[in-house]
Design a binder for this molecule. Sequence first.
Ligand code: PLP
Length: 497
Amino acid sequence: MELMYQSTRGGEKNVTASLAILKGLAKDGGLFMPTRIPMLDISMKQLAGKTYQETAYEVMKLFFTDFTEDELKNCINKAYDSKFDTEEIAPLTKADGMYFLELYHGSTIAFKDMALSILPHLMTTAAKKNHVKNEIVILTATSGDTGKAALAGFADVDGTRIIVFYPKGGVSRIQELQMVTQTGDNTSVVAIHGNFDDAQTGVKEIFNDKVFAQRLEEKGFQLSSANSINIGRLVPQIVYYVYAYAKLLENQEIEDGEKINITVPTGNFGNILAAYFAKQMGVPIGKLICASNDNKVLYDFFTTGTYDKNREFILTNSPSMDILISSNLERLIYLSAGCNSDVNKKLMEELSKDGRYTVTEEMSKNMKDFCGGYATEAENAAVIRKLFKDTGYVIDTHTGVAAAVYQEYKKETGDTQKTVIASTASPYKFSRSVMEAISSDDSLEHLDEFEIVDRLHKISGMDIPQAVEEIRSAAVRHNMECDKDQMKETVARILDC
Ligand SMILES: *Cc1c(COP(=O)(O)O)cnc(C)c1O
C-alpha cells in the first residue's frame, strides 16, 4: 500500500514520497509527515547479520513506497560505498560501559553524511519520476556539518545546484575550510553576518516567498532543501538505529527484545526524531535522551512544556548544536497532538510571533519517551578527558555533550539499561576543543589548526581522516559574504535572475 505524506500544518495532503523529497518543505511552511509510521516487517533477529545496505533497504522501502526496488537499491548502493572508510558504515564501539554508534565514517566526517550521501540520489530519482525539467536548487542553512556534507553530496550532480549559508564565526576552522574549499561548478558557499537561526530563518523565508518562486520558475529553477526538514534526510537516519540494535543483538550484547536507551546530542532535533521513528517502527527502545549544550532550549521544553527561544544565543565548543529553533521538533509536536495540524499550526504561529509556546499536559504526556539534559562546557571537557584517560577512546565535543548528559541521567535515575550514544563527529573535526580537553599542553593557542591535528594524532594514535588531509593545502574557492537580510538577493545574484 502506498504511504502518502502531508504537511504538519494541514496545507498539503496526499503527497507521494518522491514529491515530498523534491519539495523539501510544504508550501504552507509545514514539514512533511507520513500519514502513519510503518512497522518493520522483519524481526530484529532476522536483521542481525544483515549489512548496512540491506538494513537500509528494509527501512526505506516502507517509507519511500513510490520508488521501485531497483531504484531504491540503486540509490543505497551508490550512497553507502567506499566513500565510507569502513564496510560497517556505522560501527559500534564500547567504552566505559557506553555503546558509541560512530556515525562519522563518511566523506565529511560528521553524521550528516549518513543521510546526505543518499539524498542527491533520492532527489535525482524523484525528479525523473515526476518529469521535472527545472534545475533543482538546493538551499541549505548550516551550523557547520550539513553544509559540507550537502556540498559533497550534490557537487557536480547533473540537474542540481547547491547554495550553502553558514554563520560567519559560528563554525569551527576545520568546518569552514571544508566548505570554502569545495569544488564543483554547481556549488556556492556564503558566510552570513548572523547566527545559525538567522541562516535557517532566511532560508525558510525564501522557500515561502511565492513571488520569488515564480521568478525562479521562469528561469527554469525550483528550490529544494537538504536540511533535516526534508523527509528524504530523516528516513535514512532511522536506518542506523535499527542497525545498531541488530548489531548489539548479533554481538550478544543484549537479549532479543531487551530495551535499550538512545542518547543523542541534539540541535535541530532531526537525529533524535529518527531514533523515535525507529522506536515507533518496533525497535525495542526505552528512553530517548535529548542532550543539549548551553543552548538548552530543548531541556527547558522537556522539563516545563514551554518552548521559549527568547534567550541569549551562546557560541559553544559544540557549534553544530548551537541552535535555538529546533525545526524538527515540529514533527513531534504534531504527533503529540494526535496528528492535529490545526493545533500544531497555532503553536508554530505563536513561535514565529512571540518566540514561545506551551503544549498541553496531554501533549507532554505523549512525549514521555523523551527526557532532556544539558552539559556545560566544563562538564563536556571533563567527560572527554576522563574517557580518554580511562580507556584511550577519543570522542568529539558533540558526542561529549551526549556522554556527559547520559552519565548524569544514569546517576539521577538509576536506570542501567544499555545505552547507545550517537557519536556524531570525528574528534578531528573539532581538534582544538578536543585537544584542550585531553591534553595539559598550554601552548595550544599558539598552534595552527593542522599542528593541533598532528598533536591529536600523536597522543591518540587515531588515523587522520582523508577529509582533514585534503584541506591542508586545498585552495579557497568561496569567499562570498552577506548580511542576514540579504540572503534572497544573494540567491538571485548567484542564479542570475
Ligand atoms: C548536526 C549535528 C548535531 C545535531 O543534530 P540534529 O539532527 O540537528 O539534532 C549534533 N552533532 C553534530 C556533530 C552535528 O553535525
